[in-house]
Ligand binder design. Structure first.
Ligand SMILES: O=P(O)(O)O[C@@H]1C[C@H](O)[C@@H](CO)O1
Length: 285
């Protein structure tokens, strides 16, 4: 299918109707599984419905290793959830509108909270692989060059054009996450996520710059989903799994060829702890 250059309410309705025809209950919570975190969707309890993105009208298919591209609907910790087992990234050649389209479908299905998860590189020596961080705020580097998932969309149809981004990662929900982490005995970092376009990793000079600008971790996703969720009045919780520590020495000869595999491996190791925090959080929503 040729890439659509816009999103219409008809496209959202068509996709939503397709999903509703296969799962008639209203999901309350949306979850997006980041790199290597697809197992989260495997814990959705019966009767789980699994739909390949490629079968849903206007959904793009995920092409990244570690992102299966399946929408899973069912129950998690007793609540009705809609889980994206794998996400869509702009670096796959998709537009920001396409990558954030599933957020609009989740909102239309009735989701009121989304839990966005990702794998990220640490910009702080004390944030180590395997650590879990709740996202307090983000820095949207693609946004600085004029890229937005809201671009060109009529406010009469889609809601506010000028979407506020303070409290994008809802403080009250973050407090619930902190309580849930304590209840599940999992330690939690908190920090600022910087999104870059990728798919190449950052140079050491870029990493030093990101740290000096106040970012704690760096990744290639999530931000466009948050922006669209907020336009749809959906509340957002964000988690980064620290999967690697970035290289900040421009003279380092470290071979980083296998970083994506390292990322997938580190995410998988943290998946059970993240799942426990998510289950405890969901319980409190
Ligand atoms: O989907 P996420 O943000 O978890 O994926 C991260 C960013 C790149 O897609 C990939 C790099 O290893 O992991």
């Amino acid at each position: 299918m040729a890439a659509p250059c816009t999103v219409t309410m008809e496209m959202i309705t068509e996709a939503t109707d397709f999903v509703r025809a296969r799962y008639s209950e209203q999901p309350e919570i949306g979850i997006v599984c980041g790199s290597g975190l697809g197992e989260l969707a495997d814990s959705v309890e019966e009767p789980a419905v699994r739909i390949r993105y490629g079968d849903i009208p206007h959904f793009a298919q995920s092409t990244v290793h570690g992102h299966s591209g399946v929408l899973v609907l069912g129950r998690l910790a007793g609540r009705r959830v809609c889980v994206m087992q794998g996400r869509l990234h702009p670096y796959e050649g998709l537009t920001y509108l396409q990558c954030s389209f599933p957020m609009r479908v989740m909102a239309k299905l009735g989701v009121s909270v989304v839990i966005l998860t990702n794998a990220a590189g640490s910009l702080r020596p004390e944030f180590q692989p395997g650590d879990i961080m709740t996202i307090r705020d983000h820095i949207n580097f693609p946004g600085f060059s004029g890229r937005s998932p809201l671009q060109g969309l009529s406010p009469e149809v889609f809601g506010d054009r000028f979407v506020p981004m303070n409290n994008a990662y809802d403080k009250k929900l973050r407090d619930k996450v902190a309580a849930a982490a304590a209840a599940s005995g999992v330690s939690l970092r908190t920090g600022v996520y910087a999104m870059l376009g990728g798919p190449h990793f950052e140079t050491p000079a870029e990493c030093r710059m990101l740290r000096s600008l106040g970012a704690d971790v760096v990744g290639m996703s999530t931000v466009h989903e948050t922006i669209v969720a907020r336009q749809c009045k959906v509340r957002v919780i964000g988690f980064s799994i620290i999967t690697n520590v970035v290289v900040t020495d421009s003279d380092s000869e470290l071979d980083q060829t296998g970083v994506h595999l390292e990322v997938l491996k580190a995410s998988k190791l943290a998946a059970n702890r993240l799942q426990s925090i998510i289950a405890h959080t969901i319980d409190q929503l």
